[in-house]
Design a protein around this ligand. Structure first.
Ligand SMILES: C[S@@+](CC[C@H](N)C(=O)[O-])C[C@H]1O[C@@H](n2cnc3c(N)ncnc32)[C@H](O)[C@@H]1O
Length: 248
């Protein structure tokens, strides 16, 4: 049967299997293969580069650097951050937040015993952090949201992230869409990932859409950095202190 590719001019209104009810074992298989895909596509690189570029100097902080990962899924991004911080001797407090209780249980089980990451089951829009957050990060989360919710999420991060925030998501384009559709089948990735991967790309963004979403959230072009990374990532970074310095 011929494949009906979406119209890449607009964000597709499609649903993902991982957002529908499923068993914990199904979700575990899906999240594990999503983490494998993250590793194979070097998806942590943009975030780790951004963290390095922040040049966090511990003495300037009142305590450990508190990083919140929204929509943490398998928790692989936070485990990478934990290793990054350990190598650099930066004391961190790491929180992984997910709407799915099963995801937080799976993330905790996938973490080594010595990991100190705190896993929280909550909807970000009704979550009030117990302690101040320095950085809010997310990966493959925003494309799950409708535009008005993305604007709310941007405003939520602006309110809660004291130093800055980083969105790591996908770029909407036909080549990665078809490449991943074929690759995920050949590699026999979890059936949810075979379905949701191309759908995620079709639900993702063009840079101009991020500019409009940031503008709707009250952020100007000088406040955010929108950058593409190969393969198929489009990231939005906000560094509050730097923006203040630059305006002075
Ligand atoms: C595609 S997964 C991304 C997992 C992981 N961050 C990664 O990069 O592989 C998106 C995650 O966002 C979570 N999520 C969706 N809506 C949410 C919300 N309102 N608050 C918190 N988490 C949410 C889902 O449960 C899911 O685990």
């Amino acid at each position: 049967m011929p494949h009906n590719a979406p119209d890449f001019r607009h964000r597709a209104e499609l649903t993902e299997k991982m957002d529908e009810p499923c068993s914990r074992e199904q979700l575990r298989g899906c999240l594990r293969d999503l983490a494998l895909t993250n590793r194979l596509t070097m998806a942590y690189r943009p975030l780790l580069r951004w963290l390095d570029a922040l040049e966090i100097a511990q003495p300037h902080l009142a305590g450990p650097l508190h990083i919140l990962d929204v929509g943490c899924g398998y928790g692989d991004s936070l485990r990478r951050i934990e290793r990054w911080a350990k190598r650099r001797g930066i004391a961190v407090a790491l929180t992984g937040l997910d709407l799915s209780l099963d995801a937080t249980v799976i993330a905790a089980e996938a973490s080594p015993a010595e990991s100190a990451i705190h896993w929280v089951n909550a909807d970000v829009f009704s979550y009030t952090p117990r302690q101040p957050i320095d950085l809010v990060v997310s990966s493959l989360f925003t494309h799950h949201l409708a535009s008005d919710h993305i604007v709310r999420f941007l405003q939520w991060m602006e309110r809660h992230a004291q130093i800055g925030w980083f969105i790591n998501d996908l770029s909407r384009a036909p080549i990665p869409y078809h490449f991943f559709r074929i690759f995920s089948k050949l590699a026999r990735l979890h059936p949810f990932v075979q379905h949701d991967g191309p759908v995620s790309i079709a639900r993702a963004f063009h840079p101009v859409e991020w500019r409009d979403l940031c503008f709707a959230a009250g952020l100007g072009q000088q406040d955010v950095q929108i950058q593409s990374f190969k393969p198929a990532r489009l990231c939005v970074a906000r560094r509050k202190a730097q923006s203040r310095e630059e305006r002075q």
